[in-house]
Design a protein around this ligand. Structure first.
Ligand code: HEM
Length: 477
């Protein structure tokens, strides 16, 4: 295959002016764009190859992602407008859900599912989130030992899985305390296998993976997970037979995401097929727990690293809660400083480190340069290069998100949840969970880092730490 010379690609610091890079902006994004006068031709595998080479040379972070995925043309063609990396690895496990769908079918699903994130539905979830967080904190109390730090990431993952199952599917998994639960084990195994596949370039080839022992294990786990999801859907369908309308259900219990899915009808009165239902349930379960687990874990880490901000958040939360020991929906809007700290964490440690798109139409910039239709472009949230270029951006400074400092900043300068029609449908859910988790943790514990075990960032589907996140926890009186 011919490799285009490097000069056909020019690095552009996109949005750097809007986001006030010199003033220490929150959201510098680095884009590689193809320059029309040097490469003005329809793009093909060669461009993807060049794009990939540059990434490999310039950013070790991108290397993992771009290594082979970008080269699989069949993938690129079937994924217009969607996230290449997650689609690549997840499609066989979560089916064709909202994250992976494209075109009219995506549009139909997005319209049907959006009501599932109305705040009326999200409100009752707060208590369930708080319950899940408390189970986790109780476990931490048991684990605290003098001078021994606790690895949080795994606990937080189980907590967010517990929380999404309870709130979105009214399913009591008890997964934080019951390690024997086969379904939970399978979901956790699938997450791990997806990461392992990404890290093994040979396994990026579907046939090789399909024939490998890991591929067989993966398929077995998928079958188990699907069987369980089907059962949950079947049982709910039975229950709903008598209840038919959402209003009637609501008088008996809180409406959940599954109710919305099962009652969703398009303008022709058509609902989702069984296969579509399963894909959406699985998508929300994966998207809804791994990402928030990453966000919460890194947030607690940032709080541990910066005791002054930790204390300020704690005081804000205590002021808001007064005598109460738990969080309510109305508290969220008052958590001003806490929200700034959350945003600053999402900037420095974006749970979704990369969003990729294949252009479905050419894009022309203000200076006349164009990106051709079909080109894959990627946005690195908080790229390695950007951070090297602007050292001030490495500083944890929540005040970047104060109303004064945010005023005038381009609305696309900070995009942890992406933007546009394919933005994150669960962002409100996620922000609520981050706030509940932080508030309740800070009320119970003082956090400090473990200098012997600093986390090592590793961007997989979500941003993780290679060696976990180890913090010292001190119980507050
Ligand atoms: C801190 C937590 C989260 C972050 C940072 C995050 C970030 C993102 C980003 C960047 C995208 C765009 C991906 C792309 O197009 O390639 C996305 C899409 C999506 N997210 Fe999230 N997410 C989070 C939590 C959640 C939760 C809790 C749910 C569900 C309950 C969820 C469900 C989805 C779905 C279904 C999509 C695909 C939307 C579409 O294409 O129409 N996310 N998320």
């Amino acid at each position: 295959m011919a490799i285009s010379p490097p000069h056909v690609l020019v690095p552009r610091l996109w949005w750097s002016c809007h986001s006030g890079a010199c003033g220490g902006s929150a959201g510098l994004q680095l884009w590689w764009s193809c320059c029309s006068h040097t490469c003005g031709r329809s793009t093909g595998a060669t461009d993807h190859w060049t794009l990939r080479r540059h990434y490999c040379e310039l950013s070790r972070y991108s290397f993992i992602f771009w290594l082979d995925c970008i080269m699989a043309p069949e993938m690129i063609h079937c994924l217009v407008g969607s996230d290449l990396t997650s689609s690549f690895a997840l499609c066989s496990s979560i089916g064709q859900g909202l994250l992976i769908l494209n075109g009219p079918k995506w549009f139909q699903h997005r319209r049907l599912l959006t009501p599932g994130f109305h705040y009326d539905l999200l409100k009752p979830y707060v208590t369930m989130m708080a319950d899940s967080v408390c189970v986790m904190l109780d476990k931490w109390e048991q684990l605290i030992m003098q001078d021994k730090s606790v690895e949080l990431f795994e606990h937080v993952s189980l907590m967010t899985l517990d929380s999404i199952m309870k709130s979105a599917f009214s399913y009591q998994s008890n997964c934080q305390t019951d390690s024997e639960n086969l379904y939970i084990q399978t979901v956790m195994d699938l997450s791990l296998m997806v990461q392992q596949r990404i890290q093994t370039p040979l396994h990026h080839n579907h046939l090789v993976y399909w024939l490998s022992s890991q591929g067989r294990r993966f398929r077995k786990a998928c079958r188990l997970a699907h069987k369980h999801t089907d059962k949950v859907i079947r049982e709910r369908k039975e229950t709903l037979k008598d209840e038919q309308e959402l209003e009637k259900i609501q008088t008996r219990r809180h409406l959940d995401f599954l109710d919305i899915l099962l009652n969703a009808k398009d303008e022709n009165g058509a609902g989702l097929s069984n296969e579509d239902l399963r894909a959406e349930v699985d998508t929300f379960m994966f998207e809804g727990h791994d990402t928030t687990a990453s966000g919460i874990s890194w947030l607690l880490y940032c709080m541990a690293l910066h005791p002054e901000h930790q204390q300020r958040c704690r005081e804000e939360i205590k002021d808001i809660l007064g005598d109460r020991d738990t969080v309510q929906w109305d508290d969220f809007g008052k958590m001003t400083y806490t929200t700034m700290c959350i945003k600053e964490t999402l900037r420095l440690y974006p749970p979704v480190p990369l969003v990729a798109r294949e252009l479905s139409a050419p894009v022309t910039f203000v200076d006349g340069r164009t990106l051709p239709k079909g080109l894959s472009v990627a946005k690195l949230n908080n790229s390695f290069i950007t951070m090297c270029l602007y050292h001030s951006l490495q500083v944890f400074n929540p005040l970047r998100f104060s109303p004064e400092n945010s005023a005038g900043r381009h609305s696309y300068a900070f995009l942890p949840f992406a933007a546009g029609p394919r933005n994150c449908i669960g962002q409100q859910f996620a922000m609520n969970e981050l706030k509940v988790a932080l508030a309740l943790t800070l009320l119970r514990f003082e956090l400090s880092p473990d200098p012997a075990k600093p986390p090592i960032k590793i961007p997989q589907l979500v941003l993780r730490s290679k060696n976990g996140i180890h913090l010292h926890l001190k119980k507050l009186q």
